[in-house]
Design a protein around this ligand. Sequence first.
Ligand SMILES: Nc1ncnc2c1ncn2[C@@H]1O[C@H](COP(=O)(O)OP(=O)(O)OP(=O)(O)O)[C@@H](O)[C@H]1O
Ligand SMILES: [Mg+2]
Length: 264
Amino acid sequence: MIDASATPVPAKGPRARITAVTSGKGGVGKTFMAANLAAALSRRGERVLVLDADLGLANLDVVLNLHPKITLHDVFTGKRELEDAILPAPGGFSVLLAGSGLVEYSRLTPEVREQLLGVIEKVAPRFDRILLDTGAGISDVVLYAVSLADEVMVVATPEPTSLTDAYATIKVLASQQQRRVIKLVVNQTSRMAEGRVIRAQLQQVVDRYVSNGTDTPLKLELLGDVPMDNAVREAVQKRQLLLETIPGCEAAKAVGAIADKLIA
Ligand SMILES: Nc1ncnc2c1ncn2[C@@H]1O[C@H](COP(=O)(O)OP(=O)(O)OP(=O)(O)O)[C@@H](O)[C@H]1O
Ligand SMILES: [Mg+2]
């Protein structure tokens, strides 16, 4: 079995800060968040690249209404140059898209490991921030992609199943990658301050079962909550960025606040 617990890539000169956007449960809003956060960060002056790290079941192209002729798969297999795969996205940022229905990326092979690391090392000096939009769960491929990031953002919704899976992910990241700070975004909230309550609940469980007995407790840092907002569904349906179509809606404002906090 391949060890997916590599330590984060060490910094060598000016390079992008790499932020992994991940989750325990699927469908909680990672791709929506990565795309719109990239647009918000770009507006704030960052040079941003979003890499679709859901290598075999990509969605970023769908959310952005892009129809890529060149994907990471072509780069990994040596058919195309990396340069040709970096595409401009509507929100003023760049993307590296992945393919869909590619079963070869359901396992972490030494080739996938080497190729993904190589691509990230090559692009990192050219951007201020790279967002890795990962698949859900704790597969080797997801954990490896997250291991390449300087910081991790776990997206969860208030549903009990999502929170259980978020906790499981956090626990694995703490033990396998020695993460001591994990950022949390609570998406699809329906009450004021729901994110704060959920962070406190998760932190309590983490303190009891993950940090217990260790000198370096794991801190969950709430980046913000994003309300359940029909505007999000509408934007995704139209394959447009929320920040461009309905910038004044509550969810868009919440994403902007998360961008500010991330930069701060
Ligand atoms: N704040 C929100 N309010 C309303 N709907 C939302 C919100 N966030 C996400 N959604 C809905 O959830 C759907 C799934 O979102 P998204 O594809 O970003 O999830 P994901 O975590 O990337 O999924 P996967 O695990 O399959 O990669 C979106 O298409 C959108 O309709
Ligand atoms: Mg996704």
